[in-house]
Design a binder for this molecule. Structure first.
Ligand code: SF4
Length: 366
């Protein structure tokens, strides 16, 4: 159901566009949500199962770690059977990079600085990646910053992260390879935001946003939302990954919600629930959870208001497609701010679902 909303974000930074499998990244492509599997990559079935769960939750690009030969051997099957593009994450072993490219991975995350010591390997990787049309993500992390830059800058400052990223990119540029996206992650959102701002001003590569080691779900969600919000509202960022010490599906839900909150992606279900107060005549928290669970994945974008009392309910939720205001053991069900019926409290959730289905039917959506 289209809604007119003011634009919250500045004009998008002009970045070059790369193609990660079927998903364009950068340029005017929609900002994509990524996550990373937590299974052993060598366990093909478990990894594909987790990728399927991530896909169902809205993940658009998935990264798998490749720390061993067994993991590299699993890549052809995973790349072939995954429903979404697979990025192989490789740190030090050039031979796994070649294996990932040969396996048909949609991209490889590797820092050429780590493999520079292997003679001509960077040149060969650039050639193989170019031949296969495989982009490379250069991923600079505060925790694994080059010793030379740590000494120069004293610690992982924004300047150090950016210098590292541009130096890594230059190692590929020397071989005329620019099919690159870059991340400069730090666990401190303030440092991370500044690093991305500087990097955005100094290159036109698409940027992959991430706060690294953001922490458990609550803390990591806040850190990522604040950092991504600041950057995306400035038009900076082409793909995002929320890192949480939590199941990866949660990362995708948070990432999607961040994009929806900024109006960078059409909202799915939006539950507008009141915080409750002394006037509440129902358990608002429980009702909001039940309504959210009942309507999750509903095929029509819906804004549903859950209000604890009838005093402010319909008025506060006039903008909602659908809503309930509770009082005296009953729920006033309203559509577009108009009360359409009053039902006992026990029937609130099922009535909202019925009304949601009616809205879908009117729109011709099954
Ligand atoms: Fe309080 Fe009613 Fe407002 Fe909820 S809708 S916060 S219960 S006044």
């Amino acid at each position: 159901m289209p809604r007119t909303r003011p634009r919250a974000v500045a004009e998008r930074r002009q970045s070059r566009q790369i193609q990660v499998g079927s998903v364009p990244v950068g340029g005017d492509a929609p900002i994509s949500v990524q996550s990373m599997t937590t299974t052993l990559t060598s366990d093909v079935n478990a990894t594909l199962q987790q990728i399927a769960e991530l896909t169902a939750s809205g993940c658009q690009i998935v990264r798998v770690a490749v720390p061993s030969q067994d993991d590299a051997d699993a890549l052809p099957a995973i790349a072939r059977k995954s429903q979404i593009p697979v990025i192989a994450d490789i740190h030090f072993q050039p031979r796994y990079v070649f294996a990932a490219i040969e396996a048909g991975c949609a991209a490889v995350r590797v820092n050429p600085g780590n493999i520079k010591k292997f003679d001509d390997q960077v040149k060969e990787i650039a050639r193989a990646a170019k031949d296969h049309g495989t982009p490379i993500r250069i991923g600079v992390n505060a925790g694994s910053l080059d010793k030379r830059l740590l000494q120069k800058h004293g610690k992982a400052t924004p300047e150090a992260l950016v210098e590292s990223a541009l130096w890594e990119a230059s190692l590929f540029e020397e071989h005329d390879f620019r099919d690159i996206k870059i991340s400069v992650k730090h666990n401190d959102p303030v440092v991370m935001i500044e690093a991305y701002r500087q990097l955005a001003a100094q290159c036109d590569y698409p940027l992959h946003l991430g706060v690294t080691e953001a922490g458990p779900a609550f803390q990591g969600t806040i850190k990522s939302a604040v950092a991504f919000g600041a950057l995306l509202s400035d038009g900076v960022g082409d793909t995002i990954r929320v890192s949480l010490s939590a199941p990866p599906v949660e990362e995708v839900k948070v990432g999607t919600q961040i994009l929806e909150s900024l109006g960078l992606r059409e909202r799915g279900l939006e539950v507008v629930s009141c915080p409750s107060c002394g006037r509440a005549q129902v358990d608002v928290y429980k009702l909001a959870d039940e309504v959210t669970a009942a309507l999750e994945g509903f095929p029509v974008p819906l804004r549903v208001a859950v209000m604890g009392c009838v005093v402010n309910g319909p008025g506060e939720a006039r903008e909602a497609d659908l809503g309930v205001a509770s009082g005296n053991g009953k729920g006033q069900i309203f559509v577009k701010g108009q009360v359409v019926k009053t039902v006992p409290e026990s029937q609130i959730v099922e009535t909202l679902i019925e009304e949601a289905m009616r809205i879908a039917e009117e729109l011709g959506i099954d």
